[in-house]
Write a protein that binds this ligand. Structure first.
Ligand code: NAP
Length: 248
């Protein structure tokens, strides 16, 4: 098992990609502290699925865009789990609009939830990882942060910002054996996506060399590489996980 008895914090694991990361890590023996914005039946269901894999798991109601909330999340995790090895900054939102129509609220909302959250969570775990002299952090960006996308200037700026943040953080944290890497997924179909419109299938055929979307499990496997000792000499990477999409 690649993560036996480790403790990972995974933000935004009530569904989608975060949930897939939590389940994949649990299969490797990792105890999971995860969050969503509120305690819902969905969160309880993920707790149950993780416990069935034989690990300790707990979901917390956290706002990753709020400093006090992130500090409390890390403090609760340390109290409940005893230690902390891994942080996956996965939580994120979109709030799309063309620039000429985008409100300041839409801009701030996405920057706070998708970029400031990565800074706040990193700052919250840093004292623990610094003191123990190890830690692995994976930040989920997007190919949109690399190639841009019309209608998503706020999201693209946040996801590009994650890359700049990571490139700086590794220079501050590397000396204490704290690694940080970025996974930038392309088009990932989550179980929430439902029926896929015909025009998207055409898009995959023309724009993605592998001619299909990715799966949450494929993102989870990339995170597993960086979080575990398999990626022990990787820090500051930006992994494009997009089936070879052209502008990513
Ligand atoms: P999703 O299904 O919408 O799930 C988002 C998760 O984030 C949920 O668990 C949500 O929890 C949580 N969350 C959002 N804001 C939060 C906040 N302020 N505090 C705490 N939790 C919060 O999204 P996804 O498709 O799995 O995407 C996950 C990550 O991958 C995101 O960062 C996204 O930008 C990135 N990504 C996705 C794709 C894709 O194609 N799906 C492609 C590239 C990158 P609750 O709703 O329960 O509060």
């Amino acid at each position: 098992m690649l993560l036996k008895d480790k403790v990972a914090i995974i933000t935004g694991a009530t569904r989608g990609i975060g949930r897939a990361i939590a389940l994949r890590f649990a299969e490797e023996g990792c105890n999971i502290s995860f969050c969503g914005r509120s305690r819902t039946p969905q969160m309880e269901q993920v707790e149950k699925e993780l416990a069935e894999l034989g690990v300790r798991a707990k979901g917390y109601a956290v706002d990753v865009a709020n400093r006090e909330s992130t500090k409390q999340f890390v403090s609760d995790t340390l109290n409940d789990f005893g230690h902390l090895d891994i942080l996956i900054n996965n939580a994120g939102i979109t709030d799309d609009a063309a620039i000429k129509r985008m409100t300041e609220e839409q801009w701030d909302n996405v920057i706070d939830n998708d970029l400031k959250s990565v800074f706040l969570m990193t700052q919250a775990v840093q004292p623990t990882m610094w003191k123990q002299g190890f830690g692995s952090i994976v930040n989920i960006s997007s190919v949109v942060g690399i190639g841009g996308n019309a209608g998503q200037a706020n999201y693209a700026a946040a996801k590009a910002g994650i890359i700049g943040f990571t490139k700086s953080a590794v220079k501050e944290l590397g000396a204490r054996n704290i690694r940080m890497n970025v996974v930038a997924p392309g088009f990932i179909v989550t179980e929430m996506t439902g029926d896929v419109p015909e025009q998207l299938k055409t898009y995959w055929q023309t724009r993605i060399p592998l001619r299909r979307p990715g799966t949450p499990l494929e993102v989870a496997n990339a995170c597993l590489y960086y979080a575990s000792e398999l990626g022990s000499y990787n820090t500051g990477d930006v992994m494009h996980l997009c089936g070879g999409m052209e502008d990513a």
